[in-house]
Design a protein around this ligand. Sequence first.
Ligand code: AMP
Ligand code: MG
Length: 424
Amino acid sequence: MTTPSLTELLTNPSCMEDYDPNAMSVSQAKSYIRQYLQAVSHTETLPIHDSLGRVIASAVVSPHNVPNHHNSAMDGYAFKHADGINQLHIMGTAFAGKPFSGEVFTGQCVKVMTGAVIPLGADTVVMQERVTVKDGQLHILELPKQGANIRLAGEDITLGQTVLSEGHLIRPADLGLLASLGIPTVSVYRRLKVAFFSTGDELVSVGKPLAEGQIYDSNRYTLYGMLIRLGVEVSDLGAIPDDPQLLEQTLLKAASENDVVITSGGVSVGEADHMKTLLAKHGEVLFWKINMKPGRPLAYGKLHTNHHTAHYFGLPGNPVATMVTFYQFVRDALLHMMGATVKPFPTFKVTCTAPIKKAQGRTEFQRGLLFESGGDWQVKPLPNQSSGVLSSMSFANCFIVLGEEIGHLEAGETVSVQLFEGVI
Ligand code: AMP
Ligand code: MG
């Protein structure tokens, strides 16, 4: 079946059989969003130093064998295995970076340091701990297998092998790998531009005093942190009061200059009037009720300005819900748009030490503390799971992911967890 356009979904929600904006599962919502995303196409060439966290735009192929010579894995002596345990005359020494210039003939050996090129004629290295040396003669105590202690040329990487594929997110090991191949620059996708702002009359930015009923805007800070970690170019457009004109100005500025616009707050039904009207006026935005906790309302769509279309994510305002919906929907979507090959979060099963109350039919992302006890890892849910309690995200170190099919759990049952480390 062909994918309906966002407008078709908006005007005729029944055009897709399993589409119900008022009861979306987490996986359905993810796959709907996925259908409307494209990766950026512009690329740039960067010195490898500057490429950490960027996405490889064209596969990197090795211009060499690594290692490029057979070399010694040990400090020892290189010799011909066919000589057996006979006494061998030591002809000289090969150091890492300073090869022995001659050849090894029958009855001869060369002292080799770890990393030294194996001299011509030799085929085996005996460790220095397995020999005795007297008057320039080597006596092997225990004959190693033929080829022992030699790292073969091309053993790590062969000439012409793809070492980093298109879509690979560059990590520290990759910088070293590129350097080990003598590759100074790499072609990567351009950075994604993401603007974000908070909405709400009650919001005050840090540094100003709070009047009664006001709260500090925390979502902009968590969003900033999550986006910076993803390596996108961010634009923080502030905390905007629920004023239609200000919201419209900010939304249009954000949409005209960025690939993606993210807002928090004002997407719940009944309260979202301004945003909803504006989003309908300037784009095609879907409002979904997701079967998840926290983070029930979510808006996704596209915003059109004169010459440009931006993707839009409207996240719920409750601080934990903002983070959870970001991790479950926005993160994957941004990675996809960055050109990266998106991999699922690693999920582990551990024993939960406390009972959990949960309704079936929705996915919950509870905040948990993984701890070690007697050599095993266990998880404890934090006591306050309210979606407004942001400290739970700071104190926790994992999500306890409870699928739709799961109901109440007794202490001692197995649950799935997603570690914050490496993700957050
Ligand atoms: P909303 O999604 O706008 O209905 O907001 C839900 C709850 O989240 C309300 O209690 C808001 O005060 C709170 N909230 C909304 N935006 C923010 C924000 N940027 N920082 C902290 N709390 C927020
Ligand atoms: Mg609000």
